[in-house]
Design a protein around this ligand. Structure first.
Ligand code: B1M
Length: 216
């Protein structure tokens, strides 16, 4: 019932209610993963379906997205608490032309939960900003999120420009987002693709620990 209420409040864009209900669910012992998948993501999927069928429009989706982010803020401290020394550093962003940040924020939280330091460049980020950030922060991993069929191609452009800048050997690159597939990731020469935030974190850990092993 409580998860259903979270999903419904999110669909109605009631950020304050979502926050309170997420907290109440945690207080009553529901696991954060369950709240995330069966409450928040469930609600966002319902909105996504309605958006596709023109039953709701951008303003409704936007308030639902704000409510989702409000709920995620309550879960964040629990999902990211590790207390372990960082195993690596990642730059993360949503690519140029794309403003969707919920998936990117989730991937970031899951990476942080695996003790990976994350530098979040935000949304609508182009190659130049990423190249500057690689030079400044010296990350092990670059994570590129794209939610639109029109912006996934920007992942290819970014990888090509990182190569042209002579930095391709210095970083692993992971791509993801709803329209992105394993085949597309291979085609654009990304090092990894992950379909969701939890497997993104697993894949990142595998890549970073392998890198450490290879360096030894
Ligand atoms: Co937009 N939107 N949207 N939207 N929106 C989609 C993506 C869409 C599928 C809706 C639809 O038609 N059914 C559609 C894209 C169609 C397409 O290209 N195939 C669409 C459209 C068309 C648009 C606009 C063009 C609408 C318009 O203006 N006419 C416009 C574009 C704006 C822009 O970006 N330039 C637009 C705008 C918006 C809002 C601003 C209103 C809002 C975003 C708010 C925000 O993010 N702060 C919004 C939203 C919320 C959605 C839907 C409803 C939900 C997206 C979401 O947050 N899902 C979405 C429909 C849908 O997905 N059902 C839709 C929840 C999130 C947890 O999932 O982001 O997929 P997701 O992330 C997952 C995985 O993909 C993966 O892990 C995450 C968690 O497991 N993942 C990675 C993501 N990044 C990863 C990176 C990785 C690995 C895994 O490694 C680096």
């Amino acid at each position: 019932m409580i998860l259903e209420n979270i999903s419904l409040s999110l669909q109605r864009g009631k950020a304050k209610e979502v926050k309170m209900q997420v907290q109440a669910a945690l207080d009553s012992g529901v696991s954060p993963q369950y709240i995330l998948n069966c409450g928040l993501i469930h609600g966002m999927n319902v909105i996504g379906g309605k958006f596709k069928n023109n039953e709701v429009f951008v303003p409704e989706v936007l308030v639902a997205a704000r409510a989702m982010n409000a709920g995620l803020e309550i879960l964040r401290p629990i999902l990211v608490q590790t207390g372990i020394r960082p195993i690596g550093r990642a730059i993360i962003c949503t690519v140029k032309g794309d403003l969707h940040d919920i998936g990117k924020n989730l991937v970031k939280m899951m990476l942080e939960g695996q003790a990976i330091d994350c530098i979040d460049l935000g949304v609508d980020v182009d190659s130049d900003e990423i190249i500057a950030a690689i030079k400044e922060h010296n990350p092990d991993l670059v994570c590129l999120s794209a939610l639109l069929t029109t912006t996934m191609i920007e992942q290819k452009v970014i990888i090509e420009n990182i190569e042209k800048a002579g930095l391709r050997d210095k970083v692993k690159i992971m791509v993801g987002g709803a329209p992105v597939t394993e085949a597309f990731a291979k085609e654009i020469k990304a090092d990894a693709f992950s379909p969701d935030a939890a497997s993104a974190a697993e894949t990142a850990v595998q890549m970073l620990t392998k890198q450490v092993d290879d360096d030894v």
